[in-house]
Design a protein around this ligand. Structure first.
Ligand code: MN
Length: 244
């Protein structure tokens, strides 16, 4: 059994979506295929209908909220077709700061609606808007289990996220930076999952795929001072806990 986990990647943005899903299945990689707009859901749902390792998430990427805000009703229509919600969140970086009011509104509305369902799992983007994301999570307790994907906030913000009970998914691109390593060292071992953020993220200048999940494991193993098998087992048992 492979026990590998990629808990945040964008399979529908690969040129051959179906073939990458099949590769994840064959390599037995537990994969969460996040999406970026509610309109992407139907195809993701169809392609992951009979998969054992790949699950699709219903998403609304904060960077696309300004452009696709009118799709929010569709998001709500679809919300109970899956337990997995993402990519959602708020992006406060320079390019997206001008839509932060809309983004915050949409994120809060999604969390509020998630709180009416049971057991949602949330893959959350928080770049440059960590405090806004925390505030929304605090305002919507019971929305589900939040996983902060590729967290890049400060140490103080990380401590707040831990305090809030957040989980974290970390990938090769994050683990390759000094700051990323420093943050991961501070994250609780039992709240950590691996991801690739494929096809966006790169490692050693090469675009990642979920098949690169072992890179995340070996970088984590270095940080944890464990061997690869023990690290893989740790992440896998975290996944089981998350889903239980
Ligand atoms: Mn992403």
């Amino acid at each position: 059994m492979s026990l590998l986990v990629d808990f945040h990647c964008h399979l529908d943005l690969f040129k051959d979506f179906e073939s990458i899903v099949q590769q994840c299945e064959q390599s037995r990689i537990y994969t969460l295929a996040v999406t970026t707009t509610p309109r992407a859901w139907e195809r993701n749902k169809a392609i992951t209908k009979n998969t054992k390792y790949v699950r699709a998430a219903l998403g609304f990427h904060p960077q696309l909220v300004a452009q696709f805000k009118h799709e929010l009703p569709l998001f709500f229509e679809l919300i109970d077709e899956t337990r997995y919600i993402g990519e959602i969140g708020i992006d406060g970086s320079k390019e997206y700061r001008n839509s932060i009011v809309d983004q915050t509104e949409v994120f809060n509305a999604i969390l509020k609606r998630c709180a009416k369902s049971e057991n949602k799992i949330l893959s959350i983007h928080s770049r440059g808007a960590e405090n806004e994301v925390f505030k929304a999570l605090k305002n919507n307790v019971g929305a589900g289990k939040p996983i902060l994907h590729w967290f890049t906030g400060s140490v103080k913000q990380l401590d707040e996220a831990i305090e809030l009970g957040c989980w974290f998914s970390v990938g090769p691109a994050m683990l390759a930076t000094q700051k990323g390593k420093m943050l991961v060292e501070r994250m609780p071992l039992n709240k950590l999952l691996t991801e690739t953020d494929a096809p966006f993220a790169k490692y050693d200048a090469v675009g990642l795929t979920p098949l690169n999940a072992p890179i995340a494991i070996s970088l984590l193993a270095d940080i944890w001072n464990k061997d690869s098998d023990a690290s893989k087992q740790r992440v896998f048992s975290n996944l089981q806990t998350l889903l239980s």
